[in-house]
Design a binder for this molecule. Sequence first.
Ligand code: TTP
Ligand code: MG
Length: 349
Amino acid sequence: MPLFMLLDMDYFFAACEEARRPELKGKPFVVGTSPEKDKLHGVVQTSNYVARQFGIKSGMAVSKAVALCPDLKYSESHEDYYEEMSKRVMDIVRKYGFPMEIMSIDECALRLGEMGMEAAMRLSTEIKEKIRNETLLTCTIGISSSKIYAKMVCDSAKPDGLQGVEGSGIVSFIRSKEVSKIPGIGPKAEEELRRIGISKIEDAIGKSPMLLMDRLGSLGTFLYRVANGLDESDVEENYQMLSIGRETTLAYPPTKESIMEAMERLTDQTISEVLKKKMMFRGVSVKVRYTDFTEKIRSTSIKNYTDSKELLAKKALTLIEGLLDAKPVRKIGVRVYMLSEASGQSTLF
Ligand code: TTP
Ligand code: MG
């Protein structure tokens, strides 16, 4: 059975600040959205594990966090620096050469294949050490038989953890957890499920897929599969090493028009770069970062190599359509991959 690895950085933004300001280590500490002098108006982006002991959480008003912990240290957010640290971490992981999906600024998944649990654990130990040595940051790694199961294992091994759960053990590992521990099951779905008597994952085991689908649509089918140990979620390779693309941060609040304008600009810039490098591409991907820093990437492939701006624009717009309604968007990116030299001879993949 193939294995999957999910790696998520521990208290990422706060850990990045601690890495360059060691005096913060061991003290309760948050990174928030407002400037230092106006911190009480901000929202907590993340907190270190000392601050979490006071009940402080991401998304909480900083004023409330300070009320919970009067000695709380605060830093305003430095997004460019976290991006840079993220890139360093992702580059370390990518060099191992496994099919890789970057899931957010601090999280990625690898398809390890049929290597066996022992080798997967050894590899994970090595990756954790390398990241710690090169960036001073810790992460947690979960290994299991699908991407979703690996994520759930990772979540419960935090912080600075490493855990593997083989295929046969995954149902007993997840069954006593709340349904909200399944990535994708949010507060609305949780409420809907409570109404039919499901609050823990085990409550969903054996429930008819029809009933779950009736209540939650495709999310119901997903829950049925996850709860019964049938999930096969795979790594969706994105942002390959050999790729060309551009990203931009949008003015707040973004409008449909400003997003479309930015998309046109990014498409133009990407194609100029493709033409300058005398390349053609078959893969197109689009990335959206929401204001809460979660990210989504959608990719598609084209049958034949191309350098057409119109085709790129059409594919990129179709991909981004599905990503705009969920939450306010902060940043978007367009990227092409599966590159080939325009002479048509040598393929780089
Ligand atoms: P997470 O991985 O969810 O959280 P974390 O890395 O801070 O802590 P953990 O050890 O539990 O993984 O998110 C990654 C970064 O994204 C986080 O450091 C800050 C940012 N973020 C926000 O800005 N707002 C939010 O609501 C959340 C959840 C995260
Ligand atoms: Mg994290």
